[in-house]
Design a binder for this molecule. Sequence first.
Ligand code: PMP
Length: 425
Amino acid sequence: MPTDSKLPGIDGASNISGPPIDGPIGQALWARADAVLPGRAMFMTRSARYAGPGVQPGFIDEAEGCRVRDADSRWYLDLNCGNGPNLLGYRHPEVEAAARRQAERGDLMPYFPSAMVDFCERLLRWSPGFDWTLPVKAGSDATALAMRIVRAARNRDRLILFRQAYHGNNAEQSLRHERHPAAALNNLYRLDWNDPAALDAFPAEAAEQVAAIMLNPIDQPSGVPASEASAEFVQAVHRFRQRTGALVILDDVRSGFRLHPQGSHRAMGLDPDLLCLGKALANGHAVGALLGKEPLRAAASSILYTSTYIYSAVCFRAAIATLDVYERDNAFAAIQRAAERLRAGVLAAAGRHGLDLRFTGPASHPNVLFAQDPGCARGERFAYEAARRGLLFHPRLAWFVSAAHDDAAIDEAIAIADAALAACA
Ligand code: PMP
């Protein structure tokens, strides 16, 4: 994420020479949006402007499977998956049927819905090794709650995070652009990613104040190559816990369900004390969760945590159906296969056109970038040429593959990417 005051795609000049992707309705919506929304506050994943002016359609009004329709009624093949959540494809029939059945009976009601207990039990069956779970609404809620629980458990204030890692939308979790009270960040150390020596050399006296290390499975800031946690780094995290008593939080909000079928910690060889989930957990419905082990149950019980909409029953039913379909259909394997075909096909096309395009990070949610393209100008052009031809992906953020990307969709995506790359070459 950029930390300077100039934000690519918002403040920068357009890198495209053709007409904007938005049609007249989309363009009118931008004018209306600018009147009622502070423009830069929502610059990140939710704004097509962050992709570059005119590079992507600004407003999407309908979605099904792996396809989306913009406000001007144009359909696209989509590789954003709602920035991750759509694991099984938009509006998966079984997930939507489960949600609808519950919606007909009630969603937000007094006290707890039984769906909440069903959901918690189902989630704990999904990844053995955790003993309790707390439902939340969003990834930011899961990481914020984890931060509170480790502080309560260890009676220590500080946390270790890694350089550019994004963990959510409050001051401590994000890299903020606006002025904030310095004290808000006083309790954080930001160390280098994949640097075991930085953890090993962390001074013992300072370590006594560290409640936890919080890490992502992948270092994946926008617009730069992604890098997975090395085995040596994971070992250093375990060593740090052993040496200092600090806990380990894995933020699996983005990678969850796409790196390993039972949580990214299993792909990494990491043994986290807390696991944060969001995004893909309910195939687009608003539910996240924190999973924890027995020794942290008392600390979790000491936290007062409530929020009006946590207890909505519909999203719990959607999450249960998502987990059922994901496991029954081995959606993980389908996603890997589709993603590897996509990567191979797009890389071959780039090679044919003499372009140095790179896929970094896992195939299922890679950062796809040109070499020697620091401002992502070439990436914007590629995303624009693809959108013109009916394929959407973000030039700076991860591409996401879902189980709805069948062979025909992947072949179509490769063919469009090929034509778009030819236009860029
Ligand atoms: N952690 C990571 C790694 C994320 O990618 C995100 C969202 N992009 C979050 C936390 C925050 O999740 P949410 O936007 O659902 O609050």
